[in-house]
Design a protein around this ligand. Structure first.
Ligand code: PFF
Ligand code: NA
Length: 456
């Protein structure tokens, strides 16, 4: 249906609070939890980083999530047009839609490389099915992963397949099938992670892993690590990238935004911590490097699966679930773009294909940065960006620059520009609302600004 900002018919809503929680959790839980969280924790020294990350989730992430879901529900459009709509309702400049623009751009950029990483899970499903992982040691696992990264053709193939899968479902509209998929996906993923943690307990290095994750050593904490922790809090909760706004647009009135946001954040954090507890025992037991970077889980998990009874079966299941988790996340990234195109009269199918192809093309530069262009580090002149490939730069630009800026602007808009009565209408008045407003007015803007200045 053709719909432009302000005149759209009431959209079909989620069938229940649970349906929204499932979709939002499907967006939140993904590669960020299982792939990114362990490797950045390893790179940033463990405990102190984890603690800062948890504080960022609780103090900044959850209030921002509430703000975004609220903006989506009041705007009832794509993030760009929801911002325009809310600004109109509030009687303020429509320039605030820049929040929607930046968020959508971030989602688009993330999708471009997210698809490449998600693609990695596909060959691992095949490896697991064929029994290739049985008995592999750390060296062999490293070799297997190295071979994958070395082949631009193979990486492009999986990247293409993954993006096609995302587009396919996006064409039908995210609400079809998503609820059902996530209902079994989450519990299954959790069971597998519990099993992997159980395996970790059988290694002699479980204690070392627990210490690494939960014993903070603040002497090793850098300002950059704090910025990375903050950026990851946004990334992992799908904030500052339009997704929560886009999904909030389908949230029925009367559903508690605070409770649903809290539930999603707790689930997401639980999965990340479990992933950490699953991976670090293997890292230490095999003398691997915690700071090995983006390949960390692909260098470690095959070793665990290779040694446990029924490992091929569980490995297959695990990589399938990881693929699904990545897929539900990528759907939410596409949603902001697709919905916006739809609002300009372009049919859903066309919008999804167009958005997918555009992100796919940008993704090719990530593919190349892993091999042919691995020496292409264009910002070497700046110390901070020395040695960073295009992929590293996309990751840094989105999580550590764009997302904090979007979150800052969102906090300022909701905290200072929007009428207090408007947010009270959505969240209810009371101590909770006052606390939330305080955080958005002072803590988030000051926190983000201080971190930025410190990192300059
Ligand atoms: N939250 C997702 C993850 O942790 O894998 C990543 C993500 C999804 C980021 C959607 C941004 C987004 F809009
Ligand atoms: Na996440």
């Amino acid at each position: 249906a053709r719909a432009s900002a302000g005149t759209a018919p009431a959209p079909a809503l989620w069938s229940s609070r649970l349906a929204f929680i499932l979709a939002a959790a499907g967006s939140a839980v993904g590669l960020g939890n299982i792939w990114k969280f362990p490797y950045i924790t390893g790179e940033n020294g463990g405990g102190a980083f984890v603690l800062v990350y948890l504080v960022c989730i609780a103090v900044i992430g959850i209030p921002i999530m509430m703000a975004e879901v609220m903006l989506g529900r009041r705007g009832r459009h794509s993030p760009i047009n929801s911002m325009r709509e809310v600004a109109r309702q509030e009687g303020v400049s429509s320039n605030w839609k820049v929040i929607g623009w930046l968020a959508t751009l971030a989602a688009f950029l993330i999708l471009s490389f997210y698809s490449v990483i998600a693609g990695w899970t596909i060959p691992y499903i095949f490896h697991a099915v064929q029994g290739d992982l049985a008995g592999v040691d750390a060296d062999q696992a490293g070799q297997m992963f190295g071979n994958l990264l070395a082949s631009p053709v193979e990486l492009t193939l999986w990247h293409t397949l993954f993006m096609a899968l995302a587009v396919l479902v996006s064409v039908g509209g995210v609400r079809h099938g998503l609820e059902r998929a996530v209902t079994w996906l989450m519990p299954a993923l959790l069971v597998l992670l519990i099993m992997l943690v159980g395996y970790g307990m059988t290694t002699t290095h479980f204690g070392a892993a627990v210490d690494f994750l939960f014993k903070p050593d603040f002497s090793s904490l850098t300002a950059e690590a704090v910025l990375v922790a903050l950026g990851h809090a946004f990334f992992t909760l799908s904030l500052a990238s339009g997704s929560m706004m886009a999904y909030g647009a389908y949230l029925p009135k009367g559903v508690s935004i605070a409770r649903t946001s809290l539930t999603v954040a707790v689930m997401d954090t639980g999965v990340a911590l479990m992933a950490g507890l699953a991976i670090f025992p293997i890292v230490f037991a095999n003398g691997l490097e915690p700071g090995a970077g983006p390949g960390l889980i692909f260098n470690t998990l095959p070793v665990a699966f290779g040694q446990m009874p029924g490992g091929s079966f569980f490995a297959t299941l695990f990589f399938v679930l990881l693929l699904f988790a990545a897929w539900t996340s990528s759907l939410s990234m596409l949603e902001s773009v697709v919905k916006w195109l739809e609002e300009h009269g372009i049919k859903r199918a066309k919008s999804a294909v167009f958005g997918g192809i555009a992100a796919w093309m940008v993704g090719l530069t990530t593919v190349l940065s892993l091999n042919v262009w691995s020496g292409f580090t264009p910002l070497d002149a700046f110390e901070r960006f020395e040695g960073k490939t295009l992929f590293d730069l996309y990751d840094f630009l989105t999580a550590n620059v764009m997302m904090p800026i979007v979150a800052l602007l969102t906090a300022v808009f909701v905290g200072w520009v929007m009428k207090k009565a408007s947010s009270q209408e959505e969240l209810g008045a009371g101590t909770g609302h006052r606390l939330w407003l305080f955080v958005l007015r002072y803590l988030t803007p000051v926190g983000v600004l201080v971190l930025f200045l410190y990192n300059l």
